[in-house]
Design a protein around this ligand. Structure first.
Ligand code: ADP
Ligand code: K
Ligand code: ZN
Length: 433
């Protein structure tokens, strides 16, 4: 079912006209309300009137994650405080998280695009849908939650954790749909097995999976083990949260909600725009956002836009699965982790050499993070109790900075391999392709 055929199936020329109008309005809005953008445009000798159609978008300045950090917390907010009704945050490298703010209208748009995604997966008002993204500052939980409610299905705000209880709820409440990370879906499948429950006792039929890259192979495995159809759900907090793009029944690329989020692909080195079909960095302009609108936000996600119209009837452009990222950000159990976060914790403790290695793996379908770090000679000892203490101290600090737990492995001085050229600090044993 198509939730909003007027917008989702709009003829392309009409859509581009709408995007152009919305862009003009947006540029005037940020020029007057966000000093950061006004100054950038003035530096480029650009006035809002210079933007006449969507094609003029290439004249506008880019926005980066660093810009969000530099303007922490509210510097990029365009709406007055009285209009902002919700704030979300995602973790940052240096302790400054990036903050995003939403007006009432932004939340309505978010629910709308999430409902479009759920409809595309085949969710109806008859479904009982469990949201197992984390609820809280992350956008996953609440974002999916209000989309389900807005559609009229019954939402079960399960969040993450307490997986056995969740499995019982899935069985007893006849839950038919679930939104979570693909790795959590596999963990759920394992728990189902461990509890001795047959997948045929469950009524699951639809899964909305995202927040981290996943493969076709993983899709097959999740589908097989949970007895449902697994769909991709993509989004990022800076642009909105989950619902920026989603697969339809064709499962051939994810439709971008283009009337709200205008996508471009650029060469991440030269910043030159690339045509449909070519892989590069995905960039979004939030055409309708009021709280914290962004011009040409560089997502760091590598993908391509697909030429051609989808047989499902939607005219919005599709993106291919995310191939990776152009920066060093790792996604572990759906949470963004930068090696530099680990580094800053290690460097803050006198007991350690600035020598460390992050080993990321997937064990029993769940991401694991091991942090290997060299203990300074003066602090290294055979006393097990003191070593265990040190290990715990570092684990606790890492947990509070990363929001996920890491397995700390203390290493003898000089035991971590020195690299020849560019130092390699991450070994990611997971394969996404
Ligand atoms: P959230 O809090 O919703 O996880 P973040 O802003 O913390 O949002 O993370 C967004 C990033 O997560 C994206 O830029 C992308 O790298 C990754 N991501 C989200 N959805 C998907 C998906 N379906 N496939 C691959 N990567 C995804
Ligand atoms: K994420
Ligand atoms: Zn389609």
């Amino acid at each position: 079912m198509i939730w909003n055929p007027n917008k989702e199936c709009m003829p392309r020329e009409q859509l581009r006209e709408l995007q152009g109008k919305r862009l003009q309005k947006l540029v005037a809005y940020v020029y007057h309300n966000v000093p950061f953008y006004r100054h950038k445009m003035q530096e480029m000798d650009l006035m809002p009137e210079d933007i006449r159609s969507i094609d003029d978008i290439v004249k506008l300045p880019f926005t980066t994650k660093q810009d969000l950090r530099d303007n922490y917390p509210y510097g990029l907010m365009a709406a007055p405080k009285s209009e902002v009704v919700r704030v979300h945050a995602s973790s940052g490298t240096t302790g400054n998280p990036t903050i995003v703010g939403y007006t009432r209208k932004d939340l309505a748009v978010w629910s709308e695009v999430m409902s479009r995604c759920l409809s595309a997966y085949g969710v109806t008002r008859e479904d009982t849908f469990s949201v197992s993204y984390g609820y809280g500052l992350f956008t996953g939980g609440l974002g999916a939650h209000y989309g389900v409610e807005n559609l009229g299905a019954t939402v079960i705000p399960a969040s993450t954790g307490n997986t056995e209880k969740h499995v019982r709820l899935i069985r007893d409440l006849h839950i038919t749909g679930i939104a979570c990370t693909p790795s959590y879906a596999l963990y759920l499948a394992e728990t189902v097995d461990k509890m001795g429950i047959d997948k045929n006792e469950l009524s699951l039929r639809i899964g909305a999976f995202g927040a981290e890259p996943w493969t076709e192979h993983m899709r097959q495995e999740i589908q097989e083990r949970l007895g449902l159809k697994a769909y991709n759900l993509y989004g990022l907090s800076e642009i909105m949260g989950p619902g920026v793009s989603c697969e339809c029944e064709e499962q051939n690329g994810s439709h971008i909600q283009e009337d709200h989020f205008y996508p471009e692909i650029i060469n991440p080195e030269t910043l030159a725009p690339l045509p449909y079909g070519q892989q590069g960095e995905l960039v979004f302009t939030t055409l309708t956002k009021e709280g914290m609108p962004l011009l040409r936000y560089r997502t760091k996600d590598l993908t391509s836009l697909m030429p051609g119209i989808c047989p499902c009837g939607r005219t919005s452009v599709r993106m291919t699965p995310i191939m990776g990222r152009s920066d060093d950000m790792l996604i572990i159990r759906g949470i963004n982790v930068f090696p530099s976060q680990v580094e800053s914790v290690i460097l803050s403790m006198k007991e350690f050499e600035p020598r460390y290695m992050l080993v990321v793996d997937r064990v029993n379908n769940l991401d694991t993070l091991q942090v290997q770090v060299e203990v300074r000679r003066d602090y290294f000892s055979d006393d097990i109790a003191s070593m265990l203490n040190l290990k715990k101290l570092l684990s606790d600090k890492l947990k509070s900075v990363l929001s996920i737990s890491a397995d700390v492995k203390l290493m003898e001085p000089n035991s971590i391999q020195r690299s020849q050229g560019k130092s390699q600090r991450v070994i990611d044993k997971r394969t996404f392709l």
